[in-house]
Design a protein around this ligand. Structure first.
Ligand SMILES: [Zn+2]
Length: 342
């Protein structure tokens, strides 16, 4: 049983793992570079005016991503990027998103923090049909200092009412020991935020263990490396740890050979608390709707299963119980619509 494109389009969606800077389309990056009087071919990493189809390595991807991220020079650029992002989510009937944003990068590039948060908030709020809140992430390879700067920025931003749901950790796995980064957990507790940690993407099952045991991660970004470790899978199932799986990202970065080889189906059938996400959609020529379609095809999911995937995302979101219940109600209604239609 396969789901029609119309059914997937109308599904009320929740997305937990998508980067704001990683959602800037190549055309927008080119416009931003030109706005700043730069030659796009010189400052962006493009092939024939587009992002590379497939990345040679994780570092090749990081170079491409950072070249685009650097085009966010002033608050007006950020407002454009945030509004574009919210529109793209709304067009897919994404009802709620937690978007990862590397605030320190922009502040270190000279952006004034208060203007930065205002621009992001205004961009998101300009699209009434969807709600976007931020996961503000630290970059692992930039170490403890970057994590501390992230926490300080977030603390000030929360006092100003910025829409922040959680802290995050991304960057190159294995580049800094988790013991250097525990400020993220203590700050999340103090500030009432969630903590989402990229682990087991390019790294190993042990990276996932340390994300849980040393950092106290509430959610694991990717986590596909756990499939080779039955004891860890058993633990994650027992503890119900949410995993933010991003199939096309793993293929574009060469971590998985092709979609048919992707472990999503194994993870689903093992009973892991998997969610499906797009990560950096234009960089990987995908959308959340496409990713849900891939997941449904790979694991043979019908309407109730896809509804369950979205319920898991809603349950794993860093949300108040009222807001979560409202999302769950929308997802339930979608599932029941389908059963009435036969
Ligand atoms: Zn990511």
């Amino acid at each position: 049983m396969t789901l029609s494109a119309d059914s997937l389009a109308s599904l009320p969606k929740v997305e937990l793992h998508v980067h704001l800077e990683g959602s800037i389309r190549a055309g927008t990056a080119i416009e931003l570079a030109e706005r700043h009087g730069e030659d796009p071919q010189a400052v962006l990493v493009l092939e024939d005016g587009r992002y590379p189809r497939r990345f040679r390595s994780f570092l090749h991807f990081v170079d491409t991503y950072l070249a685009t991220s650097r085009q966010l020079r002033d608050p007006a650029d950020l407002r454009t990027a945030a509004a574009d992002f919210a529109r793209a989510q709304a067009a897919q009937h994404v009802r709620y998103t937690e978007a990862t944003f590397t605030a320190v990068t922009h502040v270190r590039n000279g952006m004034e923090p208060r203007a930065m948060w205002e621009a992001v908030s205004e961009g998101f709020a300009s699209v009434a049909e969807t709600e976007v809140r931020l996961i503000v992430d630290a970059v692992r390879n930039l170490g403890r200092e970057h994590a501390e700067e992230t926490v300080a920025l977030v603390e000030d931003a929360l006092a100003d009412g910025a829409p922040i749901a959680g802290l995050g950790l991304a960057g190159i796995e294995g580049s800094a020991p988790e013991t250097e980064l525990t400020v993220l957990r203590s700050a999340a507790d103090r500030l009432g935020l969630g903590l989402a940690v990229h682990a087991g993407e390019t790294g190993s099952a042990d990276d996932v263990r340390r994300a849980l045991d040393v950092l106290g991660a509430d959610r694991i970004g990717h986590g596909i490396a756990v499939v080779g470790d039955p004891a860890l899978v058993e633990r994650l199932v027992r503890e119900g740890v949410p995993l933010e799986v991003c199939p096309s990202s793993n293929v574009s970065l060469g971590i998985v050979e092709d979609l048919e080889e992707h472990p999503f189906a194994r993870m689903w059938h093992a009973g892991l608390a998997v969610t499906v996400n797009s990560d950096d959609p234009p960089f990987f020529s995908t959308t959340l709707t496409d990713e849900l379609g891939h997941a449904a095809r790979l694991a043979g999911l019908g309407r109730p299963d896809v509804a369950e995937l979205q319920r898991r995302a809603a349950r794993a979101a860093f949300l108040s119980p009222d807001r979560r219940d409202a999302l769950l109600g929308e997802i339930d209604a979608w599932e029941q619509d389908g059963s009435q239609a036969g």
